[in-house]
Design a protein around this ligand. Structure first.
Ligand SMILES: *Cc1c(COP(=O)(O)O)cnc(C)c1O
Length: 382
């Protein structure tokens, strides 16, 4: 117990203690109510505002009425419903791959898929900024884990040249849109390095799905590289407004995961209402909703306005980091913005490296120009 208290005290002293703060009401990122106060939410990953879209809500209601609440068992037991397969077929068509498999969350997808694809005879090369779920999957696999410098295919090639020969398989892990910096992976170069060294490229499109690429199909589709990336993982929980995740790949990989991915095998299937909402979101995208291009154009203009006001920012997506450095200063700035009814949770170590605390602003199609002006006015000159 002393050890736990010491951990908490140390976190508090360093400005790193996290707390839960519930919202009493929430429709889209444009409207959240917390402690009786209305806010515009810039922390949400509901990039297209789809979580409140009538088509998703209605699909969930219909599925609830038809199937009830819980799936009752794992997919390999009796929890496997026709609607899970419909979602997988629609997702494969959306991503342009032969097959797709639904996982219960992005975290569980990365954990299960990476641990299933690699073992102690293999080596995993992960971008230094890869998501915690990819790293946890790599640790669980017992493969040798080597980190390459963020978005640096040259460094990856050096490391492959040095270490590849001693191992059976080589997995290369990256996000396509990085969750904390909002920058994009150099996919064509990563594919070239992967092919030179006979590796398997496993990408995470959590923040790209719904936003990037033709009709929101993601960055791999945008780059025309679908046939050259072995495993494309992504989530329904962010841009698509629902919950859960998918892995899009060839039939062999998907059939293997059904038999070997422990987070898939040993967990109850997602509820039918969630699956139905995800399916409605994919159909909206396929039917040409296409909110991504306007959102990304807005993000570019917003970044330029921030720079004009003297703030250090970056990225090339709807995720906009404001680089602060000191975690206390990042917290103080978030507090100041909250007084202006703007939610922008500070991102601190260990989520990001020491000395790189930041405010992370997620823009959503649900935000208006007036909301963005509010942020610029509240920030003032940096
Ligand atoms: C959010 C996120 C996940 C986890 O997805 P959940 O569905 O929230 O569990 C995985 N990878 C990346 C890059 C993410 O940002």
């Amino acid at each position: 117990m002393d050890k736990l208290s010491r951990f908490l005290d140390e976190r508090a002293t360093n400005g790193l203690l996290r707390r839960l703060t519930p919202q009493e009401e929430r429709h889209t990122p444009a409207h959240a109510v917390r402690e009786g106060c209305a806010y515009v939410d810039f922390c949400s990953n509901d990039y297209l505002g789809l979580s409140a879209h009538p088509a998703l809500v209605q699909a969930a209601i219909d599925a609830l009425r038809r199937y009830g609440v819980g799936a009752g068992a794992s997919r390999l037991m009796s929890g496997d419903l026709r609607i899970h397969h419909e979602l997988e077929e629609a997702t494969a068509a959306f991503k342009g791959t032969p097959r797709a498999l639904v996982f219960n969350s992005g975290y569980q997808a990365n954990l299960g898929l990476i641990a299933a694809l690699a073992d102690r005879h293999d080596v995993i090369f992960a971008d230094q900024l890869c998501h915690a779920s990819q790293l946890d999957g790599a640790l669980l696999s017992r493969a040798k884990l080597i980190r390459y410098r963020h978005n640096d295919p040259g460094h990856l090639a050096e490391l492959l040249a040095k270490h590849r020969a001693g191992f059976d398989r080589a997995l290369i892990l990256t996000e396509t849109v990085f969750s904390m910096d909002g920058d994009l992976a150099p996919l064509a170069e990563l594919v070239a390095v992967k092919e030179q060294y006979d590796g398997l490229l496993v990408v995470d499109e959590a923040h790209a799905t719904g936003v990037f690429g033709p009709r929101g199909r993601g960055c791999v589709a945008a780059a025309g590289l679908t046939d050259r990336v072995e495993v494309i993982m992504g989530t329904f929980s962010k841009g698509l407004g629902g919950f859960g995740a998918y892995v899009a790949a060839n039939a062999t990989i998907i059939d293997y995961l059904i038999n070997a991915a422990r987070s898939f095998i040993y967990s109850t299937a997602l509820p039918p209402a969630v699956i139905a909402a995800n399916l409605a979101a994919i159909r909206l995208c396929q039917d040409g909703l296409d909110l991504g291009p306007a959102l990304l154009a807005t993000a570019d203009r917003f970044r330029a306005a921030l720079r004009a006001q003297g703030w250090a920012t970056g990225g090339a997506s709807q995720i906009i980091p404001l680089h602060i450095g000191d975690p206390h200063a990042a917290v103080a700035l978030a507090d100041r913005l909250r007084e202006h009814h703007l939610l922008t949770l500070p991102i601190r170590p260990p989520t990001v490296p020491q000395g790189t605390a930041r405010l992370r602003l997620s823009l959503s199609a649900a935000h208006t120009e007036a909301h963005l002006r509010q942020v610029l006015e509240a920030l003032g000159h940096g």
